[in-house]
Design a binder for this molecule. Structure first.
Ligand code: GUN
Length: 292
């Protein structure tokens, strides 16, 4: 069994990006600038956005964090997005999800200029992804592809089972794994809450990608010997004995499943850090596109 070490690979990617930024500086060019909009004060979202902004600083990007109160109206947020669309200094921006209930997430995503949509959530970018065109690939699926590539995991002709059909992870992942090329060329089954016999389907998978958010959902008896197991779940479990008052756990019963898997991602330290690295990569790409 081999660990797909997202922490190590994400650090490598960040070093590669930092080297590009250093070259840009040497040439006297503008460095990439990422903005992040956070509406409300959801604890997990605050942590993620804080981590994204800190990573920007580390690798030499400019960053702007825009915090708006949880009572923000859709119109106010759309105005902010318009400002960011118009601001030539900003190469890319994200609106952290989930948004408060009074705001229609799809309306917000559709308001983002596709050329600045470094999350790859806009229908134009999502469509381009499905059509094999050059675009911003959503950071979490992009990070999983990068892990598979850097560990030279064979995906051609393999049966990939994706658990969960979210717009951010499961749906794009199912498209990407079925695309031509590598990592891809896989036969994909996308499972969700209405899937019958999910256990049987998952146990036939050569590659399992679980993005469900249910701790310890995936047990050893659901996994084929030698399967590649990617755990996208990040759940905060309350625990008073921990300094933060919680611990982080994935969808996969790691102890058990790692005994059968050929490759497996840990939680934390697997897919999570890759998401941030690939967001930075998309921002670098946005800068390069805006330059030319
Ligand atoms: N919430 C959870 N994951 C993501 C992500 O990748 N991007 C944004 N904008 N919000 C998220």
């Amino acid at each position: 069994m081999k660990i797909l070490d997202g922490r190590k690979i994400s650090n490598q990617i960040k070093e590669e990006i930092a080297a590009e930024v250093a070259k840009m500086k040497e040439r006297g060019e503008k460095v990439p600038h990422l903005a992040a909009v956070l509406v409300g004060n959801d604890g997990a979202s605050l942590t993620y956005v804080g981590s994204k902004v800190r990573s920007c600083k580390k690798i030499g990007f400019e960053s702007t964090l825009i915090q708006m109160p949880s009572t923000t109206s859709e119109l106010e947020l759309l105005k902010k997005i318009d400002e960011l669309n118009q601001n030539n200094d900003i190469d890319g921006f994200i609106v952290q999800l989930p948004l408060p209930d009074q705001i229609d997430t799809q309306e917000v995503i559709m308001a983002i200029d596709p050329d600045k949509d470094v999350d790859g959530f806009h229908p134009t970018n999502f469509g381009k992804m499905a059509l094999d065109m050059s675009t911003f690939i959503p950071a979490t699926p992009f990070g999983i592809l990068e892990l598979l590539e850097r560990y030279k995991v064979d995906t051609k002709g393999k049966h990939t089972v994706v658990i969960g059909r979210s717009h951010i992870v499961g749906r794009p992942m199912s498209i990407l794994m079925s695309r031509k090329g590598w990592p891809g060329n896989s036969t994909v089954t996308l499972t969700h809450s209405h899937t019958k016999n999910i256990k049987d389907i998952v146990s036939q998978a050569d590659i399992v990608i679980s993005a469900l958010g249910v701790p310890n959902f995936l047990k050893a008896d659901m996994v084929k010997e030698g399967a590649v197991v990617i755990d996208v779940g990040i759940t905060r479990v309350p625990d008073d004995t921990k300094e933060k008052g919680y611990y982080i756990t994935g969808d996969v019963d790691f102890e058990d499943v790692s005994k059968k898997a050929s490759f497996i991602t840990p939680v934390p330290g697997g897919v999570g850090p890759m998401t941030i690295a690939m967001l930075l990569k998309n921002t670098l790409l946005a800068r390069e596109r805006h330059r030319s």
